[in-house]
Design a protein around this ligand. Structure first.
Ligand SMILES: CC(C)(COP(=O)(O)OP(=O)(O)OC[C@H]1O[C@@H](n2cnc3c(N)ncnc32)[C@H](O)[C@@H]1OP(=O)(O)O)[C@@H](O)C(=O)NCCC(=O)NCCS
Length: 175
């Protein structure tokens, strides 16, 4: 089993590899972006090997699919997007995405998220995709709204005290 390759007008989504570790480290070390996404900032680039190993292990165990996102004409992957499957509820997954700061505000996050949501429902036949975003993460909230996600609840993230919003999208929603 390999991570399926997905393509959009501007992007190719493909399996992460060793070559992605430097760009991953640059993204993950962006303190403001990590805070927006609720991610831990890595200690140093050696964490990259663990990041890649975990992503491969979770895919092999059927727990998640993580794609690296390539943009035509850009040398390094511009970000990642992930579906993490429900531990107890079959046919559900959580969606998460991160782009490097240089690539924000060009509609690329929307483009990648739309394709992965399509894949989740059309190919994987999931019944529901959920997503969480910090209440101050305007771009993420906008992407989820554009894709038709419905707000479920607000909550405080125990890890960092951040106010967050939870959303779901059902397979029956017209996109
Ligand atoms: C969230 C993220 C992936 C968005 O990707 P992106 O490619 O910049 O988003 P898009 O360009 O597709 O923009 C999405 C929408 O948000 C709007 N938007 C983007 N940044 C905004 C801002 N700072 N303020 C207001 N609106 C904003 C865009 O105008 C667009 O709306 P529109 O289509 O109606 O014009 C990217 O900002 C990122 O990686 N952030 C850090 C990590 C993170 O927050 N991950 C998500 C965790 S849930």
């Amino acid at each position: 089993m390999t991570v399926p390759r997905l393509t959009t007008a501007r992007l190719v989504l493909r399996a992460p590899g060793e070559e992605d570790i430097p760009a991953w480290f640059a993204r993950a070390s962006d303190v403001e972006a990590a805070s927006l996404a609720g991610d831990r900032v890595p200690d140093d680039i050696s964490d990259g090997a663990r990041w890649l190993a975990l992503s491969r292990q979770r895919f092999a165990e059927g727990k998640a699919v993580k794609w690296s996102i390539d943009q035509a004409g850009v040398a390094d992957a511009i970000g990642t997007i992930t579906l993490s499957f429900g531990a107890t509820e079959a046919r559900t997954a959580a969606l998460g995405f991160v782009l490097g700061r240089a690539h924000w505000g060009q509609g690329l996050g929307s483009e990648a998220a739309r394709e992965v949501v399509r894949y989740a429902f059309e190919t994987l036949a999931l019944q529901q995709v959920s997503a969480e975003a910090a209440a101050r993460n305007v771009a993420s909230l906008r992407i989820l709204a554009k894709l038709g996600f419905r707000h479920v609840e607000s909550f405080i993230d125990d890890a960092d005290g951040e106010r967050c919003e939870r959303f779901v999208l059902g397979a029956d929603i017209k996109r």
